[in-house]
Design a binder for this molecule. Sequence first.
Ligand code: PEP
Ligand code: MG
Length: 894
Amino acid sequence: MSLWVYSFGDGKAEGRADMRDLLGGKGANLAEMCNLGLPVPPGFTISTAVCRYFYENERRYPDGLIDEVALALTLVGEATGRNFGDENNPLLVSVRSGARASMPGMMDTVLNLGLNDRTVKALERSADRRFAYDSYRRFIQMYSNVVLGIEHRSFEERLEDFKDERGLASDNDLGGDDWAELTHDYHVIVERELGRAFPQDPNEQLWGAIGAVFASWMSPRAITYRSLNSIPESWGTAVNVQAMVFGNMGDTSATGVAFTRNPSTGENALYGEFLINAQGEDVVAGIRTPQHLTEAARIAAGAEAPSLEAAMPKVFARFKKVCTMLERHYRDMQDIEFTIENGKLWMLQTRNGKRTVPAALKIATDLADEGLLTRDEAILRIKPLSLDQLLHPTIASSAARDVIATGLPASPGAASGEIVFTPEDAATLKGQGHKVILVRTETSPEDIHGMHAAEGILTARGGMTSHAAVVARGMGKPCVSGAGSLRIDVQAEMMVAGGRTFGKGEVITIDGSTGQVLAGAVAMQQPELSGDFTKLMEWADKTRRMRVRANAETPADARAARSFGAEGIGLCRTEHMFFDADRIVAVREMILADTLDGRRAALAKLLPMQRADFAELFEIMAGLPVTIRLLDPPLHEFLPKSEEEIAEVAKAMNVEPQRLRERTLALHEFNPMLGHRGVRLAISYPEIAEMQARAIFEAALDAALKTNAPVIPEIMVPLVMVKGELDRVKALIDRTADAIALERGTRPAYTVGTMIELPRAALRARELAATAEFFSFGTNDLTQTTFGLSRDDAAAFLGDYIREGIIEVDPFVSIDREGVGELIRRAAERGRHARPGIKLGICGEHGGDPASIAFCERVGLDYVSCSPFRVPIARLAAAQAAINQRASTEQPET
Ligand code: PEP
Ligand code: MG
């Protein structure tokens, strides 16, 4: 029994597909194809355990490995009737890396290993001189590059010079003698670069290549790729050594790649390319134009060169059968590499193929309809976040891109519009029918109305969780944040990007999926939601337990939310309604009023506006639950900031600018996540909460009359710290309902609940649940208050923490079990204890994050609420969470 090496060939293998961890993806699938009886060139896999040993033992190999490799090579020799290093009948091999996950940055392939000045003569005798020396020079170049570190350029330049000297146009014009001469030249190059001769001993070559594969596991590119994709270093890579088969033996030989279904559309048709008389790398190298596999594809593309189906009908028929078999076996679309040597088909690789999102949807639903997958399995096949790509317009693939800056892809989709530098200009121009892009150094809450008015947002500062990024994602608008090379001059109404100056009104395009900023307007592609999407979402809806609501306050967002399948509103942030241009004046009057009467007068102006807002929301949501939150942010956020603005507002309101300044200062919260805000506003200014409650009730009664369906609003009190606060505000709400009952003759139906946004509130959930009829976890604030970091603080350095492994996940993206998640779990348990059946939901950003949604399922929340564009993602993620949760509870305890 070998410990480190797993042989395959001749219809049997020591490995299997499920031994991926030990054999890597490629090795495991080669073994599996052998076990299926498919024609695979014999070979062996040196396991990932060797790679681990290698790095744990100062780059030494384990005892016995050399003997195991020698034995495995003998077996390959027996299967092929050849011998490694034999001067008459040499065995040639390929050496390839193969980690658990496919990994760019790893050493790729060395072909034709085993060739030297003597074995090449045997190859010449068994085939011809041209083939033999063409193979040898390829080997010298590949090996010298990946093992000895000599650049391709050195060899390529020599080949080009050689052709020029002899007036030869293409590689195909070179004959056997030419390649032999070049082989000699290549030897000279190696000696010159390395100071020693190209290794002639096949064993030295083999161990050189094996060592290069293991060394490439620690190449800078591989390390970077691993850290970006959370692949642990401990996985290691395997090495696959396999007998060569030749697709370049003449016109009955070929090599190619195939997908069992179309990877861009998902269509169930064999898709791929091949080249006659070529070796693997020629297909991707682009020197010759590859031919289509099927006649149908050839005709569709209007290509002349014959398809494989026409050129080699027998082999094609066999290949097609193999493809079908592999697809049924793996129950997924396969990405296949094959070679035909003198009319015989050889399979070199199979793996689950990469695909576009529309293709993924089509393939998953088709496989389920074909009976190869259950519907649950089809649901699990789609990455929820990938749906994002389907929901926003994108830049047409054919469009030219004049890139002037690059930032972070903060919110997906693309938009074109005229540059504006202030939220006021955004709102004004939008009102005049213009499309605008709001360009800011960074955004803050008072920019909201401008962000609403803009088609997209571009900032010079801020990360993926900056204000601009978070709010834009919430609004479903494209955003590029942190485009650090932008120079913005708001005063001069200009920005400099890519060395060019752009003024207000000039058109730019932002691509929030790539982070690019482009000059001018660019052609767009509208999203098309296919039948496959609808089908999969229906399956998901039948499977999930949790409901999915949306965070929305504008009618447009509410309608978008419903069209994406939201089952209610989980958070209506009423302050956003206050920022609208037509009411900010009344809001400011209210804040600046010295007396209760003054405040009441301003509130009376706001009441009808709020009532109309709410009524419209209730009508759009037509009986679905709607949670409305009382005013939350510190009041200074509504007041003007710049001196100019202060002067303007003071004049309009007929007060001294100084008074405005003083009031702003008095209301200013140094740390905007804490302080005089949330429920504490309702305690200090009960008349604000009273106005809002009245607006909610009157709107609910009006909307119920209109829609003929009862409207039962859920009134939510933010940032509650102690039960007494909630009690006071609940009493006020109840009194307001009583008053309405007297006036209207009907008492509105409603519930009152609280947000859980402070660690204390989570821990005292039992108490709070005595008053609260529902909890909604406000994980934005709960994360900030638990970690003691504002979101912007976090954006500044959490990235480094993650890269350095100090924390595993960004708590602002995903609820982690030990931190915020732990608080939620306890609060849910304690809340249920005090009030069995208490309704529990989440309305922070995490409500749209698949990993957090899985957590919510495990804790048993009733619903998640997220921004409208995230609703489909949340529906799918909730379905996957339910499936996984069922599977885990069905597992017997171990
Ligand atoms: C929250 O804190 O999670 C929340 C939803 O409230 P906001 O983001 O408006 O503070
Ligand atoms: Mg909050």
